[in-house]
Structure formats: structure tokens, C-alpha cells
Write a protein that binds this ligand. Structure first.
Ligand SMILES: [Zn+2]
Length: 385
């Protein structure tokens, strides 16, 4: 208990972070309380963490008080009330039906932290609700690095990004063809809230047109859990029994995305949410940026020296070291950049270029660019040959 009361743990920013992490764990546990015996004990344990962070007389004091807070904006919790992180303060973790909200998956997942939950809950609580993003990445990459050699490491990591889901037979064939070693607990069943059940009993899933991981399904709305992959679809059941339900695009975003086709969930597998969210999602941008730089005429090396940084770019006799940073929360990005200095220039992908001004203002000595600016710089370097 004393570890929370001294040193860095007493910092108000750390305290707020602990409260968000405990709230996320409690929210997840609440959603599975009918299936998991320890779920209510986990909510009670997280209530203790929240009470300790707040101190006497402030914030929720019983598990049900805490659950009531999870149905409201996190900013109403005293530990967050005066904080600077307005993005997370607006987030609500449980919806009216007590399901996790889109923001819980998309944004709050970046705040997960080990906050001393029940050891038993590690069996059923997903890594993304209890581990920091860099721990999930580290655990995944350790398996890949063990499979010897830089080339093999790059191939294995690329495989995960390009094949985050599929039928078991398809994945088995691809794995044996390429000889890669998937991470421990790598591919598992598709989570229930990413499946559609047809009236006839068949179950279906749809790969996101950007990252190819199963999109979330809420009623008849189908969309990727990662909001910057912005396409939103409505599903329509076919009038013929046992035929595939069909998706219709309902947002007004980029029109050229291919419409995903329903795939049967029988025998389908996907990477865990944590690996998808913190390895596949940024990886998709890294591979896309690599491709567009190569189309300009540059040569690009991926994750050099076993991931010291993301891209080593050769263009017109010049070399650039690039670290792609794709965080939904600018606050979390800044905290992580402060905690660990990047070994290369930070690049914000197209979907995150709006964070440039904030980064430059808060971290004036940081070397940072955007995908658009960097492409211009590479184009210029290539012209000077
Ligand atoms: Zn996606």
C-alpha cells in the first residue's frame, strides 16, 4: 500500500493516471460480472485504488459508487477535475446498457497501467486493460526477436501487421509458408462484440478496410474500434437464409475504400485486442509511409537494429531516422516522450498531424515533423541528386 503514497506516485498527474487505469479495469470487470466469479472483487479492489488516490473524503467510496461514476464523464472524478488532460476528462467508460463505450477501447486503452489488481483476474482480464502499451509491444517483440536475426524479426512483425485475422486454415498455411513464429497467445477467437449473429444462427465478421482486424459490431452498426479508421457501415440481413449479410457505408469519409465482405466466424481467429491496438494499428501507418516514400524514390529500412526506431530512410545521399508516433491522446504522447527521449525524429502520421502544434508548444526542443512535411523534404532531397 505504501508504494502509492510516496515518491513519483504522489504526483497529481500520476494520481490521475492511476485513477483512469483503475476506472478502465473496473469498467471492464463490471461488463463481465455475470461470467467471471472474481469480477466484483476486482471492482472492489479498483475502488480501493481510486479511494487511495483521492484521499479521505473525496471521490467514490463503494464499488457501486465507482460504477455510477463510470457511467459519467471521467472529468467528474476529483483526481481529474483540475487536470490539463481535457481529452480523457470528456470520456465516459460505460454506456446506458453497461457495455464498454467506443472511447474506452479507442482512447482509455492508452491509459492502462498496472495498478495492483487481483492476481486471479490476470487469467481473464485482457492485457490492454491492465498493461501499458509499451509492455504489450515489448512482450510481443521479445517473442519475435527470439526468432533470431533482424531479417526474421522484420518479416515476423510485418506478418502480424498484414495478417491480423483470418481463418485458422489460412493463417496456418501462411505461417508455415513464411516460417514466422507468432507471439505467445497470438491468435485467438474473435471477441463476441466483433461478431454478428444472423437469424439462422450463422456468425459473421468483417475486416476493417484499413487494418483488416475484425470491426466492432453494435446492433446493426459496424466500424473499426480505432476511430481514425473512420468508415462506418450499416448491415442488412439477406432475405435468403444462410447468405452473407451486406454492409452499406453510412459516413461521408474517403469514398475509395473497398467495401468489406462478411466472413464466416466458424474457424476464424484474430490477434488479441492489445497486439492489434498497439502493434498492428501503428504498424499499418508505418508500412503505408514506407510505401509512399518508396514510390517517391527513397529506400526505406523498417525497424532497424531491432526496433531502435521505426524507419531509416535513404534519399538523394541523405539519411533520415524516423519514429512514427500514433497516439489518440496527445497527453499520453507527451508523457511518454518526456519519460523516454526518442532516438529519432518524431513523425505524426496523416491522421494525427493536428497534434503538431501542441507538441511543438509543450516540447520545443523535440525534433518533430508530419507525414506531409516529411514527404516534401524527401522529395526535395531526391531532386538534389
Ligand atoms: Zn481498423
Amino acid at each position: 500500500m505504501t508504494q502509492w503514497l510516496s515518491g513519483a506516485w504522489d504526483d497529481p498527474v500520476e494520481r490521475a493516471h492511476r485513477v483512469i487505469a483503475a476506472a478502465l479495469r473496473a469498467a471492464y470487470a463490471w461488463t463481465v460480472r455475470e461470467q467471471r466469479r472474481d469480477a466484483m472483487r476486482e471492482v472492489a479492489r479498483m475502488t480501493g485504488v481510486v479511494m487511495e488516490a483521492h484521499g479521505p473524503g473525496r471521490g467514490p467510496t463503494t464499488p457501486l459508487d465507482l460504477v455510477a461514476c463510470l457511467r459519467q464523464r471521467l472529468g467528474l472524478l476529483p483526481a481529474l477535475a483540475d487536470g490539463e488532460d481535457e481529452t480523457i476528462a470528456q470520456v465516459v467508460l460505460l454506456d446506458r446498457d453497461d457495455r464498454l463505450t467506443a472511447d474506452a477501447y479507442d482512447l482509455a486503452s492508452e491509459y492502462a497501467l498496472a495498478v495492483g489488481g487481483l492476481p486471479e483476474s490476470e487469467q481473464w482480464m485482457p492485457a490492454w486493460t491492465r498493461m501499458r502499451a509499451d509492455q504489450i509491444r515489448g512482450e510481443t517483440f521479445n517473442t519475435l526477436i527470439q526468432s533470431n536475426g533482424q531479417e526474421n524479426y522484420v518479416e515476423s512483425r510485418r506478418f502480424l501487421i498484414e495478417h491480423p485475422a483470418g481463418s485458422l486454415a489460412e493463417l496456418r498455411d501462411l505461417i508455415s509458408e513464411t516460417g514466422i513464429r507468432p507471439p505467445h497467445r497470438g491468435y485467438a477467437d474473435i471477441p463476441a462484440d466483433h461478431l454478428h449473429h444472423s437469424a439462422g444462427g450463422a456468425r459473421w465478421w468483417w475486416p476493417c478496410p484499413v487494418c483488416h482486424w475484425p470491426m466492432g459490431v453494435a446492433g446493426t452498426t459496424v466500424r473499426c474500434r480505432y476511430r481514425p479508421h473512420a468508415a462506418v457501415y450499416q448491415l442488412t440481413e439477406s432475405s435468403k437464409p444462410a447468405s452473407r449479410p451486406v454492409l452499406r457505408r453510412v459516413d461521408e469519409g474517403r469514398p475509395h475504400l473497398a467495401r468489406p465482405v462478411a466472413r464466416t466466424a466458424a474457424d476464424a481467429r484474430c490477434l488479441s485486442f492489445g497486439i492489434w491496438r498497439f502493434v498492428v494499428v501503428p504498424g499499418v501507418s508505418e508500412l503505408r509511409i514506407k510505401k509512399s516514400l518508396e514510390e517517391l524514390g527513397a529506400a526505406v529500412e523498417l525497424w532497424p537494429r531491432r526496433d531502435r526506431y521505426d524507419l531509416h530512410v535513404y534519399a538523394g545521399g541523405r539519411e533520415f531516422r524516423i519514429d512514427v508516433k500514433e497516439y489518440r491522446s496527445p497527453h499520453r504522447l507527451i508523457a511518454d516522450l518526456r519519460a523516454k527521449q526518442p532516438t529519432a525524429r518524431v513523425l505524426l502520421p496523416k491522421t494525427h498531424e493536428h497534434q503538431l502544434g501542441t507538441l511543438e508548444a509543450v516540447l520545443p526542443s523535440l525534433q518533430v515533423t508530419t507525414e506531409t512535411k516529411f514527404c516534401t523534404e524527401v522529395r526535395r532531397a531526391l531532386r538534389t541528386i
